[in-house]
Design a binder for this molecule. Structure first.
Ligand SMILES: NC(=O)c1ccc[n+]([C@@H]2O[C@H](COP(=O)([O-])OP(=O)(O)OC[C@H]3O[C@@H](n4cnc5c(N)ncnc54)[C@H](OP(=O)(O)O)[C@@H]3O)[C@@H](O)[C@H]2O)c1
Length: 238
């Protein structure tokens, strides 16, 4: 039975992905800060599930805890980094939290995962839940979109290294559009909003298909294309 760790599994996409992967027969390791919520998620998972509290603003401690969790589980095949926060006020203290969780936290876990798979000669998989927001910088969510671009570029680098060194480590960049979760509750101006369980099914499909880059839901590739191709003059008017 394959084993997967999901970092940031207490709510939203991470929660539904945990339940989906569990239904597909994966053994799970779930982490986040809110232990009670993790325990609730574990109750909804039919397969064997481990939970561990982990704060992704405490990067070094999180890496140690990840190692402990891997040991408790007797190894891992797939590590998903889903933890993330958003904010649009532009206030530094809040924006810096976004940087610490979404970007530095991701790098702390992805770096650990890559070394773990390489050292143990495991053809494992690293999965990062980035965002459509990472495709191009946006005045509405400056720090957030920058962290998501960081994730995508970091994963591209890891994929490059895996291929060049023939390590067989798969790196999957998941780029969701709008998904109905606590993060987006009450947010205005959204469109093509999808329920989290549908997003989770498509993410699980992409993981099993070992995709490199995937938009969730699928039609968001159109928005990605539009975002990339829109000339600066028009983009700056949004
Ligand atoms: N919803 C969307 O429309 C959308 C679109 C594109 C990308 N995304 C990305 O998808 C991911 C999941 O978002 P969501 O919408 O499902 O939001 P959510 O329901 O708010 O879930 C966020 C998850 O991240 C965890 N987290 C936050 N800060 C953390 C910290 N300091 N340490 C450890 N875990 C932390 C939360 O757990 P605790 O609070 O319990 O620690 C929770 O499990 C995020 O990376 C987000 O950027 C979402």
């Amino acid at each position: 039975m394959k084993k997967v760790i999901i970092v940031g599994a207490s709510s939203g996409i991470g929660r539904d992905l945990a339940i989906e992967m569990s239904k597909r027969g994966y053994e799970l390791g779930l982490t986040a800060r809110r232990l009670e919520m993790l325990q609730e998620v574990a109750k909804d998972c039919p397969s064997k599930t481990y939970v561990k509290t982990m704060d992704m603003e405490k990067h070094d401690e999180a890496r140690i805890l990840l190692g402990d969790l891997i040991e408790e589980m007797g190894g891992v095949d797939i590590i998903v980094y889903n933890a993330g926060i958003g904010e649009s006020s532009g206030k530094w203290v809040k924006e810096n939290q976004v940087h610490q969780v979404n970007a530095v936290g991701f790098a702390a876990i992805a770096n650990y995962a890559f070394k773990y798979f390489k050292d143990n000669k495991i053809k494992g998989q690293i999965v990062g839940i980035s965002s459509i927001a990472g495709v191009r910088g946006s005045r509405h969510v400056i720090g957030y979109s920058a962290t998501k671009a960081f994730m995508s570029t970091y994963m591209a680098g890891q994929r490059h290294k895996s291929i060049a060194e023939k390590l067989g480590i798969t790196v999957t960049d998941i780029r969701p559009g709008f998904v109905e979760t606590p993060m987006t509750k009450g947010q205005k101006g959204m469109f093509w909003v999808q329920p989290a369980d549908k997003a989770a099914r498509q993410i699980a499909d992409a993981i099993e298909a070992k995709k490199k880059v995937v938009y969730i839901t699928r039609r968001w590739w159109l928005i990605a294309l539009f975002t990339k191709l829109t000339p600066e003059y028009f983009w700056n008017r949004f």
